[in-house]
Design a protein around this ligand. Sequence first.
Ligand code: ZN
Ligand code: FE
Length: 250
Amino acid sequence: MPVAAFQDNYIWVVHDGRSAAVVDPGDAAPVETFLARHGLALCAILATHHHPDHVGGIARLVEQHRVPVFGPRAEPIPALTQAVGEGDTAAIAALGIEFSVLEIPGHTRAHIAYYRPGTLFCGDTLFAGGCGRIFEGTPEQMFASLQKLAALPDDTQVYCAHEYTLANLRFARAVEPENAALQAREARERARRAEAQPTVPSALGAERATNPFLRCGEPAVMAAASARLGAPLSDPVRVFAAIREWKNRF
Ligand code: ZN
Ligand code: FE
């Protein structure tokens, strides 16, 4: 379930009707409101990276709730109790579930994702129709991180942390104007937003078919990146870097 925060953040809540874990609580107030309204007890906090719009609510939440705080080992996460990295498991005992931790650096230098079959919480790395900006890592790292996520099963639901989808798809259409799956998706997501529905989560299979940042080996994306740069590109990492730069200015 999404809890809307700030302008366009989503704080994801995983619950069983009694206990609830929250992912990236940038603000405490909307989380408290959600917990109270649904009669839920907070049981864990999961952080993907250190940006304030993802961790800003943690300090206040742990004042009210004594719960474990999972987060990347190499980033400053408030009240961190369970420092995790690649290959670790984030076990949420109260919910009887566990997530595998994937390291996906690029947006920040130690950004992580939480994955269990069917569900991916990926913070600001993979967005619906796009990807995060590269603030602390390199294009090579971000590309490798996105490839790692793209290798998950098609039916994986991608829970990213922002509602950026329509702007992302508008850019995607500039890159791949002939992509029919992309055109169909853009129409579908526009209709959702017109009814104030979230466009997140999305299926990873749909991302692979429409998200240009997962399609850097596709001839159409390579051609668009090459045309943009005025030089032929064939290395998918350089294609990725070129379209990420293009998006920064779009
Ligand atoms: Zn961020
Ligand atoms: Fe963010």
